[in-house]
Structure formats: C-alpha cells, structure tokens
Design a protein around this ligand. Structure first.
Ligand code: IPM
Ligand code: MN
Length: 357
C-alpha cells in the first residue's frame, strides 16, 4: 500500500467508457471516504482510434507509460468494424504478456439478489475463485502452417508449459487459499487433463504436489477439466480455490461467470504480483456495441473490478467497503443484472453505490 494510488484508466470502445466512468466515480468517492490520495490518468486506446489512425492498436510509448502504473482499470475493446483477433491479440494479450501478468484471477461470488441459472443454489453455495495461469499454454502463439490453403494443409498450435510458469501460479493459489481462510476448510483444486495431456499436465501435477507440500494446512484436490464442468453446475459449493491452465481457465471461467449472474457482474484481474508489476482489472463483459451510448449497461462488474483493484493495492478497507455497497445495491435495489432491465440507468447505479459506501 502506498500513500498515493495512481490508476491508469483505459475505457476502450462502445460501452467500455460508460462502465469505466462509473468505476472511476466509485473509486473517487471511496478514496475521499478512506483518505486515499488518488491520481487517475486516462488513456485513449480503442478500436475507434485504431480505425482512424491506420492500424495502430497501442504504441510502444503508451506501453512504457502504462508500465509506470501499478494498476490499470480496463473497460472493453471490440468494434464491429475490426476483424476478430486484432484487438484481442494486439492489446489485451499483449498487455498480459509484456507486463507478465501471470495470474488471471476470477472471483466467482453470487451477490445477494442476483439470479443464478442453478436451481436451489444461493450466495452461500457460490463463493470460490479461479486462479488461471495467464502467460503460457496455447496462448503463446507458437505454431504455424504447412501447405496452407491446399488439401494437405497442416496447422499446429503448441501449448507451452514451463516449470517456472506453473510453479509461480500454483504457489500464488495456495497463498490465496490461506488468505481466504475459508471456514469450510482451505482447499486448492488443480483442474487439468492429466489422463490425456501426459507431458504438459504431468508437469502441472508434479509441480502441484511439490508446491502443495509446503502447505500442509491446505487440502490438495484434483479434477479433470471435463468433470470440473459437471461439478461447477451440480455442486459449486465444493470449490474454494481452483488453479488451472490458461486455456482451460478461459473456458471454465465463462461457465463460472454465468453461474454468478453473468457478464453484468463478473470481474477479473490480470495480476503481476511481483514488486513493481503492472496489473489490470476488468469487467468480464465485452464492449456490447448494441447498448453503446444508451446508459443502460450494467456497471456492477466494473465496480467489482474496482474492489479487486483496491484489494490488490493493499487498500483492504476500501475494497471491502465497495464490495459491501455492491451487495447492498444488488440485494435491495436492482431489479435485474441485465442491461436495460436493472430498474436504473448505468449512471444511477454508480450513484447508488457511492451513496451506500
Ligand atoms: C478472457 C477473454 C480473452 C481470453 C480473449 C478476449 C482473448 O476471453 O479474458 O477470458 O481468451 O483470455
Ligand atoms: Mn475468456
């Protein structure tokens, strides 16, 4: 925790800036209440700018500037006129890699008043976190084509796992289980596919066992990824901390996200826990072009990301304050978490959170 909290904001496209504006509103208010000195710097990086300036997603100078911040609040990028993959790889994945944000943290918590598609499950059943490795696996871009465009075409996309990559992620997950100190018992579940991926996921399993030995107070558990998908739906209360690979983590966190009420509430952090690291917090939803400019998108996910950012920066009281206000507003005020059906506008939700901090 430092005397001055400096946050870079990156609203992005369509509804991205609308939700980030509400996140900033809440950040300013909680900083006032908690006597935190806050400095915000906004970065204009978006598909709109990319389309205007001839194909530059982000410059090296901007990356260097962003690197001077310990936290970034990210909205969403994506535009109907930009081909899929360009912004995802050019911005989101690039930032994850250059800043070595090796943890992708996805808390899965059902807030009061929020509807889950699961029958007979409530907030007490859905409260776990997914720690997804964020810098390796099939995401590294290793691969290529042979005889492209011919009937004999071959394509490869290699999953890379390193001992260092698994170890730092697994260790962080065990530390998190200690920090969460779940009254039902501390547990870390490794989710992988050791019965088929007998090299890469064997490395994960061996590393899990070795690192786990340093945490005798934490239960060590393993699920194959396919079985995990069943358990997530059937018995989500089974989980405390899940640690998993980048690709599997991507998939199961969308499943988990919908269980907690969907894109309007789910948030994530791309974290570099090392000293001097730059982390990035974001709502899980995309840029939702069809809702842009209507003031009807749900900003709760972004405000949830603000709570994560504050916790990561060491402002735990401020983080909890935001979290409590979110739960009060979802539990007693909002009609739904769906855009346009909340009973309030986007900016009214931001105001409601501020009033209840
Ligand atoms: C996520 C997203 C990204 C990913 C995409 C946009 C590249 O789905 O953050 O989960 O696959 O990691
Ligand atoms: Mn995803």
């Amino acid at each position: 925790m430092s005397d001055l909290l400096r946050v870079a904001t990156l609203g992005g496209d369509c509804t991205g800036p609308e939700v980030v504006a509400e996140g900033v509103k809440v950040l300013k208010e909680v900083a006032k209440l908690e006597n935190i000195k806050l400095e915000l710097v906004d970065f204009d990086i978006s598909a709109t700018r990319y389309l205007k300036n001839g194909g530059v997603v982000i410059t090296d100078e901007e990356i260097a500037e962003l690197g001077k911040f310990s936290s970034i609040l990210f909205g969403a990028v994506g535009h109907p006129d930009v081909k899929p993959g360009i912004l995802e790889k050019g911005l989101l994945l690039r930032l994850r890699f250059v800043f070595d944000q090796y943890i992708n943290l996805r808390p899965v918590k059902l807030f009061p008043g929020v509807e889950t598609p699961l029958k007979n499950k409530g907030p007490e059943d859905l409260d776990f976190v997914v720690v997804r490795e964020n810098t390796e696996d099939m995401y590294v871009g290793v691969g290529g084509y042979l005889k492209k465009g011919t009937p004999d075409e071959v394509a490869t996309q290699t999953a890379i796992y390193t001992r260092k990559g698994c170890e730092r992620c697994i260790r962080w997950a065990f530390e998190l289980a200690r920090k969460r100190n779940n009254p039902k018992g501390k547990k870390v579940t490794l989710v992988a596919k050791t019965n088929v991926l007998t090299y890469g996921h064997d490395l994960w399993m061996r590393t899990f066992q070795e690192v786990g030995a340093d945490y005798p107070d934490v239960q060590k558990d393993y699920n194959h990824v396919d079985a995990c998908c069943m358990w997530l739906v059937k018995s989500p209360e089974y989980y405390d901390v899940i640690v998993t690979t980048n690709m599997f983590g991507d998939i199961i966190t969308d499943l988990a996200g919908v269980l907690q009420g969907g894109m309007g509430v789910a948030a994530g952090g791309n974290i570099n826990p090392d000293k001097g690291g730059t982390s990035m917090f974001e709502p899980m939803g995309g840029s939702a072009p069809k809702y842009a400019g209507m003031n009807i998108i749900n900003p709760i996910a972004t405000i949830n990301a603000v709570s994560m950012l504050l916790d990561h920066e060491g402002y735990s009281a401020a983080s909890k304050r935001v979290m409590k206000a979110i739960q009060f507003v979802t539990g007693t005020k909002m009609k739904s978490q769906v855009a346009g059906k909340m009973g309030y506008t986007t900016s009214e939700i931001g105001d409601l959170i501020c009033e209840n901090l």
